[in-house]
Design a protein around this ligand. Structure first.
Ligand code: GDP
Ligand code: MG
Length: 334
């Protein structure tokens, strides 16, 4: 076992330090060493509009998992800046009852200030928690954007949280994140309007908005989900009502999460999703590496000169890129 894996399994302080290096985009060697020691945790994404009760729900879920003797790592990606304190502090207070339990590890993150980008940083941190041996890794993101979708791509189970009384619209539909839900939660079920939120969500699901990712002729494809009563093989997105502040409905949520995991494994969907997201990640990293190498080869000054020519409309951006590539290929020849 590489020393870094032994260290983060033994010491929470070593784990915290590694997460800081990941934040600073300075942990490539450690991430490479720990990768093969992951793959055991159940990665669960919890997303939804701000104020729906995600942090409260994550707190309740963590307590319920602890009651089952499962260890829990939590990544709370918070939109507030690390300097304002704001919501990060709020999360700390809400999750206070988890502190002092060595079976729980919590890390709050801001959404800005990561050299590697928020999605990349979160994914790398989740891998570190996985390798550190946590049974469950909960990733809370405030939903409304590409980074949630990217983060959801590594979560095995994505929970989209909705709450009544945030206006007439169903927030998840507005944010366009309903499609990534494996399980829908209507939290704040103690508030008026919960039933009508459930009905609105169920109607959306019955319209077949949810896309199921399936294997077809050896390709991972996204198709419209079969309407209820259709193929047994398709996962029917359940809607669970919860009251995060007192734990009502959380046991049922955990049951649905376990059922989803069993479905992922039995249907082979887990492997397919993993393969699709890893091949996308490799392509992205390859693009970055090639770009860096190319810029190194042609030189920053030359690149700048070409940019100036594009600015002066002497050459178009696409031809400029093609010219840079051609030059770098020529230089590589003996
Ligand atoms: N009435 C009620 N309030 C809740 C419930 N869950 C969370 N809250 C409250 O809603 C507010 C926002 O919760 P928080 O967990 O920070 O939401 P987040 O922004 O989605 O992480 C807090 O004041 C919580 O106490 C619930 O089930 N019922
Ligand atoms: Mg929160």
């Amino acid at each position: 076992m590489p020393p870094i894996v032994a260290a983060i399994r033994e010491s929470r302080r070593a784990l915290a330090r590694l997460l800081t290096r990941i934040e600073n985009n300075a942990a490539a060697a450690e991430l490479a060493a720990l990768y093969s020691f992951g793959g055991n945790a159940h990665l669960i994404g919890v997303t939804g509009a701000p104020g729906t009760g995600k942090s409260s729900l994550v707190n309740s879920m963590a307590k319920a998992y602890r009651a089952e003797s499962k260890t829990v790592g939590i990544l709370a990606v918070d939109p507030s800046s690390p300097f304002s304190g704001g919501a990060v502090l709020g999360d700390r207070i809400r999750m206070r009852d988890l502190h002092g339990d060595s079976g729980v590890f919590i890390r709050s993150m801001a959404t800005r200030g990561y050299p590697g980008g928020i999605a990349r940083t979160t994914i790398d941190m989740a891998r570190a928690l996985d390798a550190a041996g946590f049974d469950i890794v909960l990733i809370e993101t405030a939903g409304a954007g590409q980074s949630e979708v990217e983060i959801a791509s590594i979560a095995q189970t994505t929970i989209v949280v909705e709450a009544p009384g945030l206006g007439d619209d169903v927030q998840a539909i507005k944010a366009g994140i309903l499609e990534i839900a494996d399980i829908l939660v209507v939290n704040k079920a103690d508030r008026p309007g919960a039933e009508s939120t459930v009905r609105a969500l169920r109607a959306m699901l019955d319209f077949g908005r949810r896309a199921e990712r399936v294997m077809h002729h050896g390709e991972l494809m996204s198709i419209a989900a079969v309407p209820s009563g259709g193929e047994d093989s398709a996962w029917q997105t359940p809607i669970v009502q919860t009251i995060a502040t007192n734990g009502t409905g959380v046991a049922e949520l955990l049951t649905k999460i376990a059922e989803h995991r069993a479905y992922l494994q039995a249907s082979g969907t887990q492997r397919l999703r993993e393969r699709a997201s890893l091949s996308a990640e490799i392509a992205e990293r390859l693009r970055d590496l090639l770009l860096m190498r190319l810029i190194e080869q042609v030189g920053a000054a030359h690149l700048q000169a070409i940019v100036e020519r594009v600015v002066a409309r002497q050459i178009d951006p696409s031809s400029a890129a093609a010219q840079l590539l051609a030059e770098s290929l020529q230089e590589r020849r003996p």
